[in-house]
Design a protein around this ligand. Structure first.
Ligand code: G4P
Length: 284
């Protein structure tokens, strides 16, 4: 799914979230591990207050392992439970239930004191478009789950997935919008492919990525495209990628647009290695 948000969408999504959130105990928030801050919704802390909170750093197969650990630490210090995840390959999935239960310990304890036993914890998955919500729900719920129908006292039309004795998951994820009015956030979302590429932007994005990689991940481009990367500008390097990959236009000129698209595709597909675009210090 691509990000296409209008004020009307956002108001509607927020209203829906405010309704759904009343029904649940724990918010399972998915972030893109490559851009944990840029893929967060600005209002989620407000929306999810008084709820147990769990952050899943998804697509962690594509992000830098060292940065994953730094982010996990960062969120843990802020009081969130965190799991690094690859929803597609189901890596990290096993730990999720345990952490959901851990996040809800106080609620379970409260229930117990009131004499309520074995009431399942109700969870809801939230996140911005394309972060992997559907993939996660499918992987997590798997085939073994049973869908429960509408239950008396529960809002009509809501489907719950009974995961096991302890957890029920709201079938439809909550879609949130990112802070995309912030230019850096918009860039990060575009680089990771959450926002549709505009032809004119591809070049600009590729140059931003090259600049970032030269500074933060030296050697990555040189290795992938078998070229020197020292003492060259981002534009020159894009030219070299075009040369190396045979991106030549009809007039026998280097096709920068094609090279840019190819580079972005390699990055998004993890073919440049595991790379994170954000690190925790930037936001403190
Ligand atoms: P959404 O519901 O939040 O909008 O996201 P969705 O699950 O549709 O996932 C968006 C894209 O991200 C999908 O790729 C999905 O396969 C991919 N994805 C989800 N989780 C992970 C993960 O942990 N690691 C990686 N590498 N990718 C993940 P797509 O290209 O849109 O579809 P497809 O090629 O998988 O069919």
């Amino acid at each position: 799914m691509q990000l296409q948000w209008y004020p009307g969408h956002m108001t509607k999504a927020k209203r829906q979230m405010q309704e759904d959130i009343k029904l649940i105990d724990v918010v399972i928030e998915l972030l893109d591990a490559r851009i944990p801050m840029s893929s967060r919704n600005p209002d989620i802390d407000e929306l999810g207050r008084n709820k147990s909170r769990l952050i899943l750093m998804n697509k962690s197969d594509l992000s830098d392992e060292r940065k994953n650990r730094e982010w996990a630490e960062y969120f843990r210090e802020k009081g969130y439970f965190t799991v690094a995840l690859d929803a597609r390959k189901k890596t990290g999935m096993k730990g999720v239930t345990e952490v959901v239960m851990e996040a809800c310990r106080e609620k379970i304890e409260r229930d117990r004191k009131r004499g309520i036993k074995n009431r399942p914890v109700r969870a809801m998955v939230v996140g911005i478009p394309n972060v992997g919500k559907s993939t996660f729900i499918n992987s997590y719920a798997g085939k073994a789950c049973t869908k429960t129908g509408n239950r008396p006292g529960v809002t009509k039309g809501k489907q719950w997935i009974r995961l096991n004795r302890n957890i029920e998951l709201l079938d439809t994820p909550g879609i949130l919008w990112p802070r995309f009015e912030d230019q850096k956030v918009a860039q990060n979302l575009a680089l990771t492919g959450a926002v549709r590429d505009e032809i004119l932007q591809v070049n600009e994005l590729a140059l931003l990525l090259i600049q970032f990689l030269l500074e933060e991940y030296p050697g990555v481009l040189a290795q992938r495209y078998e070229t020197e990367e020292e003492a060259v500008s981002a534009a020159e390097l894009l030219g070299r990628i075009a040369e190396k990959r045979g991106c030549i236009s009809k007039g026998n000129e280097l096709d920068y647009d094609r090279a840019a698209a190819l580079l972005l595709d390699d990055f998004r597909g993890g073919r440049l290695g595991r790379i994170s675009l954000e690190r925790p210090e930037e936001k403190d």
